[in-house]
Ligand binder design. Structure first.
Ligand code: SF4
Ligand code: SF4
Length: 385
């Protein structure tokens, strides 16, 4: 979205939200639990969970009952908070619409609720998530890599001093974050991963709900790093690329065994299709500002990147810039180095999708994220180097 009333874009939404006192949490899973814990600690009334899994209806989750959406009738001071990842939200939003509930009146995403609660009421800075890229190095070379690995001419490996500085700048501005994601490349090939996690764990772990990283499941995980991940409760997403890279299937098995041995929280990411974000055929360079802004808004790309003391509007646009496929421009970044506490609403708006021009340069050659991208490709298909 393009900023029109910077620092006040959510005033109207908050006016309605502040009349709500009790909430149903839609999604009795990992984020439902996280939101239950956060809201309980803030003293917010929780009525129960809503979930689409019929086998769980009327059972208890986190001491609260699980209902179906059609069993709920909202009272005037009640609302629903959607507590599932942005990737699985589409069908829920449709259900909500069919039920006749209004977005940002009866129903809020967890990002909107938490951001407004923190900034408007608690006068503190909340960020839903950030992606932090210490290095672009990867042992694989996936054709449709969302980090554009096959296009990178000069790998970026940031020094420990640089990444520590970024972490300090970020937490100088931000009081609490739901998901701090150490991304890649392949994060387990970053030579300072252990020191980086230790630094974050020692200084800022109490400001982070989920501290998370990822591995492509094709590199062995070292014991000293696993010890640190266990100590600071870092979760690991393990991509399952065994179909595309069968010669590394044994490594995948070892990775899972090691994570279990160290009692590290993990999830396996196995998908049967990928999108190609920016195939060469995509060309929106003739689009005007209005059309590019609409493309950006429809994309619903949920990530922003932290790098060099700045937040980047779109994670993938910033990866593309690192790979040399696009130019970064000042009107699509937020400079955290200059952040002052009286700019919390602006920073919150930026994280919620506002910037100076309403889109990012890379939208001119990017087909968009999963909601709008028709370019389906085989997961992790390898490209010859
Ligand atoms: S594993 Fe594949 S998708 Fe992931 S960073 Fe490496 S090349 Fe990209
Ligand atoms: S269209 Fe592409 S560049 Fe634009 S916001 Fe979406 S993912 Fe980013």
């Amino acid at each position: 979205m393009k900023w029109k009333n910077k620092g006040h874009e959510f005033d109207g939404v908050y006016d309605k939200l502040k009349r709500k006192n009790r909430f149903y949490l839609f999604g009795a899973g990992m984020y439902g639990k996280a939101m239950y814990e956060e809201l309980s600690s803030l003293g917010v009334g929780i009525l129960g969970f809503i979930d689409n899994d019929e086998t769980r209806l009327h059972s208890e989750y986190m001491t609260k009952e699980i209902f179906a959406l059609n069993e709920i009738t909202l009272q005037e001071d009640e609302a629903i908070i959607i507590c599932v990842t942005p990737f699985s939200r589409g069908p829920i939003m449709q259900q909500i619409q069919i039920k006749g509930y209004i977005y940002n009146e009866d129903v809020y995403t967890m990002e909107t609720y938490m951001s407004l609660k923190y900034v408007y009421e608690l006068k503190k800075m909340y960020i839903s998530s950030v992606s932090f890229l210490p290095s672009t190095c990867c042992n694989l070379n996936c054709e449709a890599c969302l980090n554009f690995t096959p296009y990178i001419k000069h790998q970026m490996v940031r020094s420990l001093q640089q990444v520590k500085e970024d972490v300090d700048i970020f937490f100088h501005a931000v009081d609490y974050i739901m998901l701090f994601h150490i991304s890649g490349g392949e994060p387990f090939l970053y030579p300072h991963l252990k020191e980086l996690v230790t630094y974050i764990g020692e200084k800022y772990r109490d400001k982070i709900h989920f501290l998370q990283t990822v591995t492509n499941g094709t590199v062995e995980l070292k014991d000293d790093i696993l010890e640190i991940l266990a100590r600071y409760q870092v979760g690991v997403t393990v991509d399952d690329y065994r179909l595309a890279v069968p010669e590394k299937a044994d490594v995948f098995t070892n990775v899972i065994r090691k994570l279990e041995q160290y009692h590290i929280r993990y999830d396996i990411n196995k998908v049967d299709r990928w999108i190609d974000l920016a195939p060469m055929s995509t060309d929106h360079s003739s689009w005007d500002e209005y059309r590019l802004t609409k493309h950006f808004e429809a994309c619903h790309e949920p990530w922003q990147e932290l790098r060099g003391g700045r937040l980047y509007s779109c994670n993938y646009a910033s990866y593309a810039a690192v790979a040399g496929l696009t130019e970064e421009s000042e009107d699509e970044v937020y400079n955290l180095k200059e952040f002052q506490k009286d700019q919390m609403k602006e920073l919150m708006e930026f994280r919620m999708g506002y910037n100076e021009k309403g889109y990012v340069n890379f939208c001119k050659r990017c087909a968009g994220f999963v909601d709008i991208n028709p370019n389906i490709v085989e997961p992790a298909k390898q490209k010859e180097r």
